[in-house]
Design a protein. Structure first.
Length: 171
């Protein structure tokens, strides 16, 4: 029987069971309790970011946002900033985190903040970084008329999120 080594950060029960079932070799958990420099570099270069959260009814949701290099990046130690154009319709992640009213109001977290998971993806270089943290603040702003002419009025907006990263794993 294989025993999984638990580090200071430890393994989740489900991860331990998967390791046992797969007969994986013992090893430390490579997840770190902050935004590592390598994860921050990868985040800054990735053109895609999958984000997830849990809504008020406890249902998990995920979405994929994209942009130019640097649309998601470290802005302070263990702090990630995201600025992206998003679809306001049928986006439960956006709705849960900042709502869909693009009035520019700053939504500040009460208490520990809403949970946010992230997966920055660079398909061209076959790299990814997994993130977990809590939203610090966010805002949703209307777009200027000529910034997205292919979209109908009111469908797209610019979201800005600030997330404190509690865990990261870069590969």
């Amino acid at each position: 029987m294989t025993t999984v080594v638990a580090t200071e950060f430890g393994w989740h029960e489900g991860e331990q069971e998967m390791h046992r079932l797969m007969g994986s070799a013992e090893r430390d958990n490579p997840t770190v309790p902050y935004l590592s420099p390598r994860a921050g570099l990868m985040l800054n270069k990735a053109p895609l970011l999958a984000l997830g959260t849990v809504d008020q009814e406890g249902r998990p949701w995920s979405t994929i946002w994209g942009g130019e290099e640097g649309f998601a990046r470290p802005i302070a130690q263990s702090i990630m900033g995201v600025r992206a154009l998003v679809d306001r319709l049928y986006n439960p992640v956006l709705e849960t985190l900042v709502g869909t009213n693009a009035d520019g109001q700053i939504i500040k977290a009460d208490g520990p903040g809403k949970m946010v998971s992230g997966l920055a993806i660079d398909l061209e270089n076959r790299m990814r970084v997994k993130l977990f943290g809590r939203m610090v603040l966010g805002t949703l702003n209307e777009l200027e008329e000529d910034s997205a002419p292919e979209q109908k009025d009111g469908e797209r907006a610019q979201v800005q999120l600030v997330v404190h990263i509690d865990e990261s794993l870069g590969t």
